[in-house]
Every structure is written in structure tokens, then in C-alpha cells.
Design a protein around this ligand. Sequence first.
Ligand code: ZN
Length: 132
Amino acid sequence: MKSDGCFYHSIYYSNFALIMHELSIAASIVDYAAEFASEHQATSISRIEIEVGQLSGVITDSLEFAMEEAVKGSVLEKAEVVIIEIAGRSECKMCHTQFDNPDWYTPCPNCMAMDAEIIGGKELLIRSVVIG
Ligand SMILES: [Zn+2]
């Protein structure tokens, strides 16, 4: 049986993610995958894609390591786990320039203001799950 899921599922809202440890996030991803598999009468998942924003508070390397542990004995045991890093993006509140902001503290490259709104990179999402 093969069925593709292509959808967005929010694991945690971004602020909550800041206080979550990667291991518990990995455990939640495994729980979600198990639920998804059972909803589709599947016993295993062959691929899962996870989007991690640069500003989500999650370290991708730590999450990768945590996933290696968390998948053992789960529906994700044989799955290819793909972690996609999403760049941090900001919009300046003064001149509305949009720019890359990998660390929260990058000033506006146009007017040097520090007052910017984060418009991307706080994601922590499961992008897709492939059953099989
Ligand atoms: Zn600006």
C-alpha cells in the first residue's frame, strides 16, 4: 500500500518550541507518525519531512540526533527522515525592507533599524509523510 500525504501539520507553536527539548520534540514527531500510520491502516512509514525554522529554537543537528534515538521500534524505524532548515526572515518596521535574519539580531540592511518583525523561520512542522 502506498499513499502520499502532503500537508502541513503544526507540532508546536513557535514560542512553545523555544522551551521544548529536541528529544521531546522527536518523541512528538514519532507519536504523530504512529497516529498517521494507524489512521491509514499502515504499519510503517518510508519517509517523513520536517521543516525546522532557523528561529524556531530547535537545533537541527540535535533534532537529527534525537530522531535517530526516537524512531527505534516505531513506525519510523526504517523511514528516511529529512530535516529541512527554513531561513529566518524579517521585515523592518521602519522601511518595510525584507531581509534574512538567521539569529533574531540582524539589523535592517537598508536603514540599520533593529526593530523588525519576524516573518519566516519560526516553523516547526511536518511537511509530508509517505506511507510504505
Ligand atoms: Zn529598515
